[in-house]
Design a protein. Structure first.
Length: 204
């Protein structure tokens, strides 16, 4: 052993990096909070020791940069960008795969391999969380109403066809319109309907 050399121990075990929560903007400018958990290990001890000043610090800084870049590349969800093929909230597997790939590219200089990378925390920033929750609730209500109306129209159509097929009653256009209106009120209403007894006719 050359007496002027210095020996350094480098662990080849896997390390866990539990990244801190970062406040960044997504691709459409919404402030969000995001954090990631990364599992990594050294594959090239010489590169880890000599290619960078401090490989642990290097991993921390490059991981934060990669997570920020990922958050800036995609929208949080489809509420404001319906054309987005990948979102941070809906495309967890794809997002994790892209994060892992980018980290491996960034950390290759230091002889480090990323074994797994996952988003551990994802949420809207507190200042817009309440507003975005209202938007999500409104979207859910609209989607539910749309489904209810589509089902109600199908049931009204079926009822009119059955009445016509069995010759139960003949309905002119005005009576059909009245029946359609009544059925839609009953089927689409979110409260119990109180029936009204009509002792006359539709026209009097």
């Amino acid at each position: 052993m050359n007496p002027f050399t210095v020996k350094r121990k480098v662990s080849l075990r896997a390390f866990n990096l539990n990244g801190q929560q970062l406040k960044v903007n997504d691709s459409i400018g919404n402030p969000i909070e995001i954090a990631a958990v990364i599992v990594w290990q050294i594959k090239d001890t010489a590169a880890a020791v000599f290619a960078v000043e401090n490989y642990i610090q290097y991993v921390n800084i490059q991981s934060e940069a990669a997570v920020r870049h990922l958050a800036n590349s995609f929208p949080y969800d489809n509420l404001e960008d319906e054309t987005a093929a990948i979102t941070l909230r809906g495309g967890a597997e794809q997002v994790s795969s892209m994060l892992e790939k980018e980290l491996n590219e960034r950390l290759d200089r230091a002889g480090i391999e990323v074994l797994e990378a996952r988003i551990s925390h994802l949420a809207y920033a507190p200042e817009i969380a309440h507003s975005m929750l209202q938007v999500q609730q409104a979207s859910a209500i609209i989607a539910a109403r749309k489904l209810i109306v589509e089902g109600a129209v199908g049931m009204v159509e079926m009822a009119l066809n059955k009445l016509s097929e069995k010759n139960i009653v003949e309905l002119d256009e005005e009576r059909k319109a009245a029946m359609v209106s009544n059925l839609l009120v009953v089927l689409c209403g979110d409260k119990a309907v109180n029936p009204v007894v009509n002792t006359g006719t539709l026209y009097h």
